[in-house]
Design a protein around this ligand. Structure first.
Ligand SMILES: [Zn+2]
Length: 365
């Protein structure tokens, strides 16, 4: 057995999901937050009156290199939810590595044959789903590959015609995934795709549409069904700032922001996801790690309070994805921690003032 170390972090205000506690000591034993006596610590660290946050969870990344994990951890990200991998082996090689973020993955996403996203991102032929009859085998294959959840690429039929996945097919995937206790996350970059995904009963919509503002009826239905949004505003803004050929409508980031504000007002659960990726086929490369802090800032600009934004990257992300061992600083949870200077519940930009990062009790920064 490896020698287990016990660390006490003194003089920190702890983010408890609603605000900051009075300065206190947090004790870590065997990689977990402990209710034991901090006097038995091998190492004591003065937190300097800073804020201790649960390690951040990015609910939308693409990772295929060790450096993506290293960079993420440097920025206090301790859990990365990969949202589809053209190269399954590369992602799987990044799972369960010590002193690096915990990676979960959708593996290969469900896409319609010939769909724009499939071709552009180089997903393998095994990702194609031609109709509802392919749903069960698709989910079975993901289970075999140990996917942690299912990603479905839903596109606008007005743009892709028969190459767009149908509502019936998405609904069949949802049914098969739910039977296997897997969540379904739908890529939907425009409102028509989001409507298909919602009608099919997916669990999480990712990307905030920029084509128009959702009507209130749709927003109410989303809230009523408990569908969650991971809007990836960092990615949407990046796309909107790209170059578009003449005649192609330029996406309006303002619409994405208003859509998030409407979700927020309706009580839809919103999660922080950056869409970090370095894929050459992607419309916009989002740097790993730092971009989640950008996302938190954009969520606050869209109307979330700083406390809500912090929850979107900690307790809410853990709850939606069933990660019950993390997401809050409580005895028995993983000691994935981020120490920052200042009060991010007052100024969200304070999450960038990183003083320390721990993963499963190991200090890495
Ligand atoms: Zn993505």
């Amino acid at each position: 057995m490896a020698h287990s170390t016990a660390t006490a972090i003194t003089n920190v205000r702890v983010f408890d999901g609603t605000g900051l506690t009075a300065p206190r000591t947090v004790f870590i034993e065997n990689g977990l937050i402990s209710s034991g006596d901090p006097a038995s610590a091998d190492t004591t660290i003065d937190g300097g009156g800073g804020t201790l946050l649960p390690g951040l969870i990015d609910t939308h990344v693409h990772v295929d290199k060790l450096e993506h994990l290293e960079r993420s951890l440097d920025w206090g990200l301790t859990t990365l939810l990969d949202m589809a991998a053209p190269n399954l082996d590369a992602v799987n090689a990044l799972r369960n590595l010590e002193r690096l973020p915990d990676v979960r993955s959708a593996g290969i996403p469900a896409t319609a044959p010939g769909a724009g996203h499939t071709v552009k991102m180089g997903f393998p032929a095994s990702s194609t789903v031609t109709g509802p009859q392919d749903a069960s085998p698709f989910v079975a294959a993901r289970l075999w590959e140990e996917s942690d959840y299912v990603k479905v690429v839903v596109e606008n039929p007005a743009h892709f015609g028969p190459a767009a996945i149908s509502t019936e097919t998405v609904a069949a995937i949802v049914m098969a995934a739910h039977e296997a206790n897997l969540l379904v996350i739908a890529h939907a970059v425009d409102t028509a795709a989001a409507e298909i995904a919602c009608a099919a009963g997916v669990d999480v919509l990712t990307h905030a549409p920029m084509d128009r503002v959702f009507n209130d009826h749709f927003i109410a239905r989303l809230a009523e069904r408990g569908i969650v949004s991971s809007p990836t505003l960092t990615m949407m803004r990046g796309i909107s700032e790209g170059a578009f050929p003449p005649g192609v409508p330029v996406p309006d980031f303002g619409n994405a922001r208003i859509n998030v504000a409407k979700f927020h007002d309706a009580g839809v659960t919103i999660l922080a996801g950056s869409d970090a990726n370095m894929d050459p086929g992607s419309p916009f490369n989002v740097p790993h790690g730092e971009s989640l802090h950008t996302e938190l800032g954009l969520l606050v600009e869209a109307g979330l309070t700083p406390t809500e934004a912090l929850r979107s990257a900690t307790s809410l992300a853990a709850a939606v994805f069933g990660l019950s061992d993390r997401g809050s600083i409580e005895a028995g949870r993983r000691a994935d921690l981020l120490l920052v200077e200042g009060d991010p519940t007052d100024d969200i930009a304070a999450t960038r003032n990183i003083q320390g990062v721990w993963i499963a009790g190991n200090r890495i920064r």
